[in-house]
Design a protein around this ligand. Structure first.
Ligand code: SAM
Ligand code: SF4
Length: 330
């Protein structure tokens, strides 16, 4: 039962939690991870019970939307059990998942049955060779079949996420949009963020702004700004003749911090107040040291008072944020 509503010092209501349930992944996307990664020891990662307990505490504090992410959430053993537990939390209006799609053929339907309302699936290219280059390990066919399985399973809403890079996949922006719109699902194009040190490419060289992508798409679609809003950072546009939407997540070119309604919890139970800043508070040790939820609640309420006003990303400098997106919980 909700007893409070979290609000930060800038008057922003915090009603959206993104929680990473693992830093591990079956892919190594070039913008997200280094080729060789050292993953967390299991004992440092929150247990399924701890994740459920923490989510319940957040819901009690006014959170109504939770997105489970990672790493790849579906490679965690018993992930489905977790979704069943989360799906049963009273007061949680939206249970969402972000996945790379590699396991959706088997898991899409059980996820819907567990109560997952919405799913975001990452897809940066429709070319299998390129898919291999971008993910280092992934198989495109498997993911495309996973997308079909997700459509058949009946989620309330499905969105594709594509990180666009000038010399890797920008030329596929219109094809990716068409792929989504023709299936009646949304797609968001994401500007790459400087999270973690990578060697595969220079992030500033690959950068393409959302406006440039819109200009490019306008050669193929008649686009119109749309007021559609899912409570996330995407700003949506409609394409004439289609029902689903094209979104843009523009951390560099169209800062979305003023309407930020979210916080993140890492796989180790660290509460991150902002994607682009290091402000954080450890909740795991507190949870492990006491069964009293009121102590955890009080720690969260205190933590919200240090939520920064906004992020400042600079692609030309060495990354100020050394953690990779898989640790952050994208
Ligand atoms: N493994 C799942 C997936 O790929 O959808 C969930 C975790 S992943 C970190 C979540 C999202 O973050 C994906 O859509 C991915 O494309 C995006 N992402 C990862 N690294 C990024 C970066 N450096 N800049 C922008 N988006 C990034
Ligand atoms: Fe894995 Fe998702 Fe990161 Fe790709 S973006 S490496 S699928 S966590």
């Amino acid at each position: 039962m909700k007893t409070k509503q979290l609000q930060d010092p800038f008057g922003r209501k915090i009603d959206y939690l993104r929680i990473s349930i693992t830093d591990r992944c079956d892919f190594r996307c070039i913008y997200c991870m280094a080729e060789d990664m050292t993953f967390l020891p299991r004992k440092d990662v929150l247990s399924l019970e701890e994740i459920t307990r923490l989510t319940r505490i957040f819901v009690d504090l006014g959170v109504s939307k939770v997105r489970v992410t990672g790493g790849e959430p579906l490679i965690r053993n018993d992930a489905l059990v977790l979704f069943q537990q989360l799906g049963g939390i009273e007061g949680l209006d939206e249970l969402c998942l972000t996945s790379n799609g590699s396991q959706l053929v088997e898991k899409a339907l059980p996820l819907v049955k567990a109560g997952v309302n919405r799913i975001n699936i990452s897809l940066d290219t429709l070319d299998s060779e390129r898919f291999r280059t971008l993910t280092r390990h992934g198989k495109l066919d498997k993911v495309l079949a996973g997308i079909d399985a997700a459509i058949a399973a009946g989620f309330d809403r499905i969105k594709l996420n594509a990180v666009l890079m000038k010399n890797y996949n920008l030329d596929e922006a219109a094809d990716l949009a068409k792929f989504a719109l023709e299936r009646g699902i949304d797609i968001s194009f994401i500007e790459e963020m400087p999270l973690g040190e990578i060697t595969s490419h220079a992030r500033d060289v690959e950068f393409i702004s959302s406006q440039d992508v819109r200009d490019l798409l306008s050669e193929h679609f008649t686009l119109k700004a749309d007021s559609f809003n899912t409570g996330g950072p995407s700003r949506y546009w409609s394409a004439e003749g289609y029902d689903s939407k094209i979104g843009f997540i523009s951390p560099h070119s169209e800062n979305f911090c003023a309407s930020c309604n979210r916080v993140r919890v890492t796989a180790t139970g660290r509460l991150l107040l902002c994607l682009g800043n290091e402000h954080s508070v450890d909740l795991r040790d507190l949870m492990r040291s006491s069964d009293d939820d009121r102590l955890v609640q009080a720690a969260i309420v205190r933590a919200i008072t240090i939520k920064p006003e906004k992020h400042e990303f600079n692609l030309e400098e060495a990354p100020q944020i050394v953690r990779f997106m898989n640790t952050t919980g994208g």
